[in-house]
Design a protein around this ligand. Structure first.
Ligand SMILES: *Cc1c(COP(=O)(O)O)cnc(C)c1O
Length: 447
């Protein structure tokens, strides 16, 4: 937070522009209705004018004076060149860059408010980090590790996404893999873990050496979001921390509900989400949050040095542009598009059902077709994001740990399948387009 004296300096600069900007700086509240691009530009220019590199009467005698040599770069940033944080704390105010510092504190306030608006009222603090989710998980793990220096293991509810796993290795920790298990073996069914899977995974390890459980909410079916109550209760019972990877979970009402219940019961220490996946900003940022203020402050203090202000700036501009109303509308539209996608995929599956389901024991041809499908969907049909998953027993080695059927979240072989997601910002047109291309692609490989 800036001191009131420092805030006054920033506010005096902003006074020349609209009252709305002044209001925003005082209240640090997300407006109901979005700001126009013009107003956002004025906001940035006001903030920029409060950084010492843009004063007309100051002269810099240090090694970090915010000088920019390329005028295009300067214009891209509207002169905001100091970044955020000071050596030793990413959330701290930089006295010679009060505008950039205000931007940072505003963005963090908005992040907390956005979490509240989306239904996570018990969050007490939020911090935007200029790194993506995987790295933010690493920084969170390192923060937790400082609190329990003698630990070295992380219980990892298996999700086959490499950043998750690498976040553990990058922190110098060792994952204890808990494989997802089919709820109805032998059929295409949900994959999840239960308490006995957790018990079994730690049976040969000293609990005093276990740092935390890393749960993941947002994931591709048939893996289901981890039960945060189950994992959180297990963590509390054994004295482990509970870290939650909520990469793109803010757009899912059912994940929000689970998170909110677990937060209310104090079952989560830190949870992390992506700014690009949830809010449609360029890649580069993440939000870490907790119902325990101190935890978030500790992550900020762990961060060594200053950082880019861009992820904070882009998040701030995006949510101000949306306003509270626009944000809720964007999330509601995603729910509708998701329902539409389910409907269209169901239609398509029914259409092709008779053609693709092979008699038992003839999985090979199906696998071959799936491989072909995966291959040409992107190259020939320009469909991105869908994944074809084939469990053929292949073993993948990641940092010395072997994963059977990597991509499927489980060692148990299941039938080949394709995943499609409805991320925030997707339109019904895009759904129709994808299903149509899938249909054409399917005809293609059949001929
Ligand atoms: C995106 C994502 C991550 C993190 O990847 P980054 O590139 O670091 O943002 C981690 N887990 C899951 C499930 C994800 O979807």
């Amino acid at each position: 937070m800036l001191s009131s004296e420092q805030q006054k300096i920033v506010r005096n600069v902003a006074k020349k522009s609209l009252n709305k900007i002044d209001e925003l700086l005082i209240s640090q509240k997300l407006p109901n209705n979005g700001f126009s691009e013009g107003l956002l530009t004025q906001l940035l220019e006001s903030l920029s004018a409060a950084d010492s590199n843009n004063f007309t009467d100051s002269v810099g005698g240090g090694e970090r004076e915010g000088r920019i040599v390329c005028s295009l770069v300067e214009r891209l940033h509207l002169g905001l060149s100091h970044g955020i944080g000071r050596s030793g704390n990413i959330a701290e105010t930089q006295p010679k860059a009060l505008g950039s510092s205000m931007l940072n504190s505003l963005a963090n306030s908005m992040a907390l408010e956005v979490l509240h608006v989306l239904g996570l009222e018990s969050c007490k603090k939020a911090l935007i980090l200029p790194v993506c989710t995987g790295m933010a998980l690493t920084l969170s793990l390192l923060t937790l590790k400082q609190l329990r220096p003698s630990t070295k293991y992380v219980i990892f509810s298996r999700i086959d996404q490499k950043s998750c796993l690498k976040s553990i290795f990058a922190a110098g920790l060792i994952p204890i893999i808990v494989n997802q298990t089919p709820t109805n073996p032998g059929t295409f069914c949900e994959l999840k873990i239960n308490e006995s899977n957790l018990e079994e995974a730690i049976s040969s390890i000293k609990t005093s050496e276990i740092l935390c459980i890393l749960s993941t909410t947002s994931c591709f079916a048939p893996r289901v979001p981890d039960s945060l109550i189950l994992n959180g209760t297990f963590a509390r019972k054994n004295g482990f921390f509970h870290l939650v990877n909520n990469a793109y979970g803010l757009q899912s009402p059912s994940i929000i509900l689970q998170l909110s219940q677990a937060l209310n019961s104090n079952l989560i220490d830190i949870f992390v989400q992506s700014t690009d996946k949830n809010f449609q900003t360029p890649v580069g940022g993440s939000i870490i949050s907790s119902s325990n203020k101190e935890m978030v402050i500790k992550v900020g203090k762990l961060y060594p040095g200053r950082a880019s202000a861009i992820p904070s700036r882009d998040f701030l501009l995006t949510v101000l542009n949306l306003g509270k109303n626009g944000l809720l509308k964007m999330m509601e539209e995603r729910n509708q598009v998701y329902a539409f996608l389910v409907e269209k995929m169901r239609e398509f599956a029914a259409e092709i059902g008779e053609e693709i389901i092979e008699p038992e024991g003839n999985e090979i041809s199906l696998v071959e077709e799936c491989k072909k499908l995966g291959g040409i969907l992107f190259t020939r049909y320009k469909v991105t994001g869908t994944r074809v998953i084939i469990s053929n027993g292949t073993v993948t080695n990641i940092n010395g740990i072997e994963f059977k059927n990597f991509g499927s979240h489980t060692n148990v072989s299941i039938v080949p399948y394709i995943t499609v997601a409805a991320g925030v910002g997707m339109t019904k047109n895009e759904v129709e387009n994808i299903v149509q291309r899938l249909r054409e692609c399917f005809c293609d490989i059949k001929n």
